[in-house]
Design a protein around this ligand. Sequence first.
Ligand code: HEC
Length: 481
Amino acid sequence: LVCLGVNIALPFLQPGGGEAVPSLALFIGRFHPMVLHMPIGFVALAAMVEIGRLPFLRGLAGEISLHLTTFLLLCSTLAATVTTICGWLLSFSGGYDEKLLNAHFNAGIATAIALAVALALQTAAPVGRLSAAYRVVFLAACLFITVAGHKGSELTHGETYLTEYAPNFVRKMLGLPPLADPTATPPASEKEVYLGVIQPIFDQKCTSCHGASKSKGGLRLDSFEHAKKGGDDGPGFVANNPAKSPILHRIQLPASDDDHMPPTGKPQLTPNEIALVAWWINAGAPEKGPLSSFNPPAELVSSLGAEAAPQNSADQKQAAVEVEKSLTSVRENLKGSIKAIVPGEKSLQYVAGGDYAVVDDSQIARLAPIAAQIRLLDLNRAAITDASAPAIAAMTNLDSLSLQGTKIGDATIEAISALPNLTVINIYGTKVTDTGLAALAKLPKLRALYLWQTPTTPEGEKKLLEAKPGLQIFGEKPPQT
Ligand code: HEC
């Protein structure tokens, strides 16, 4: 009777939604996932006993005492009541999908009530008789507990848990899109930067707790908008600002830190995945466009490609040897470093690096024989001037160019403004003026401009943005419009 009373009262108290409750309540609540196995076990046992009473199994199971049924029902009712109380307390920790939670909660309460009623019916039955009404109510309890269990697993594992790996014909019956064909994946560098690269990481390692049905810390990571909006502590990330991006901060914390994500014991991010998220935020957290258009470091692209498209390694080695051979003469007396972006492929990157002080116009001239192969040119702080402009303009496949801290000016920008593939350009701390910005508008593929400490004006930036609306400008704030 007490159990019945408690279970009838609980629905009126409503499952909680994250309001402040004493931590003792949450402490007890967290036993819910543990104790819930007891009523399931007892109910299963009572059901087995009923099956054992079926006429054709009599011979096998023998005469089963009615006391056993009463006893099992008593255990089930008590265990189910403890479970509903814990579950009710746990619901106050919040972060669950309300509809799912209510369905799970109601099914759980229904189970406990049905068990209590079944127990009462059987106790009230004449001695030595099995009540038929008991059987009906008990069957209902079995149904309720199945529903409660299923809804509970959707709450903890997400609604797609069961169907995620279902064969396509099952998915079709359920109206779900077919599973992606793994052999049809595009090359890693052509994957969509967010949906193809970053979201899959979140999907695998975060959305079981930060998704539609469960959003711990108020945070959902199942879409770009949700990730950006963030959780209880504010935005999930701020473009170009790792310090203000808790998503990145938390995955970079040591595993021993309480705030580390994913929590200990859950599948962790690989170093490559952490590097990808870090790169993405530093690259301005772009949402749309192929990965290659944001100039990601070659190692990251190949770490993605390694899983997506295993290559014939012998061919690859051979090709790598040939590319190396073609570079030997160029490398003579060359400062800085020239190498293949992906081993075995023809595309090259040149980085002035630590040699920046001695990389001058004559060094850039040495790259002429391989100009068409260069895709990435990093001339950070190099001692070059506008005299290098023709050499750079000859690099027709160039997609990423850093002229940061060099002495170049508008003449170089003018000269390179016909480069068909240039997508990212960094002109921090150069002498480029609004005239140069106007020339940049001619670059057909330009997507990202790093602009800071130049003689340009907000007016010039505004004009450039009008000419190229899709362009992202990093550095100074874009002009207010
Ligand atoms: C097993 C569940 C679980 C998984 C998996 C998980 N988290 Fe969390 N996360 C939590 C819980 C619980 C909180 C709230 C408590 C806290 O702030 O530590 C939280 C909070 C956060 C917060 C703070 C939100 C805010 O604004 O308060 C961030 C950011 C976060 N998680 C990122 C991640 C990322 C990124 C991943 C995947 C790499 C991840 N989490 C995976 C359980 C999880």
